[in-house]
Write a protein of this length. Structure first.
Length: 122
């Protein structure tokens, strides 16, 4: 029996709710970014690391963070050419929402991938 990826529950919930145009928009943002920062806590942190590993293999400049203190620290160094992605099952972790807000204020593009039905606008 094949080993299941740690990201499977997250990806399964995400894919059930997304539409093709959303995936295309995400892909465009990722391909246009100079550097991508992907963040998550707990199981979403594992998914963030897996995402980074997979995209690194195809040459994307991407870095994953799963430590809340590091996430806070690096948010202030974002620039306009960067993309900050938060992975969160609930979409409600305040520290991650704050990181997106700070990144947005610094001019970076922001994206949240969540299984939550709510849409967060920054």
């Amino acid at each position: 029996m094949p080993k299941k990826s740690s990201a499977n529950p997250f990806l399964t919930r995400f894919l059930r709710r997304c539409r093709e145009e959303q995936i295309r928009a995400c892909a465009k943002m990722i391909s246009q970014a100079n550097r991508v920062y992907v963040m998550g806590i707990g199981s979403s942190g594992y998914a963030a690391r897996e995402m980074a590993y997979r995209f690194m293999r195809v040459g994307l400049d991407i870095e994953a963070f799963d430590d809340i203190d590091m996430i806070r620290m690096i948010s202030v160094f974002r620039k306009e050419s960067d993309l900050a992605i938060v992975l969160s099952l609930s979409g409600s972790r305040q520290e991650l929402l704050e990181s997106l807000r700070v990144s947005h204020e610094r001019g970076a593009k922001t994206m949240m991938i969540t299984s939550s039905r709510y849409e967060y606008l920054i």
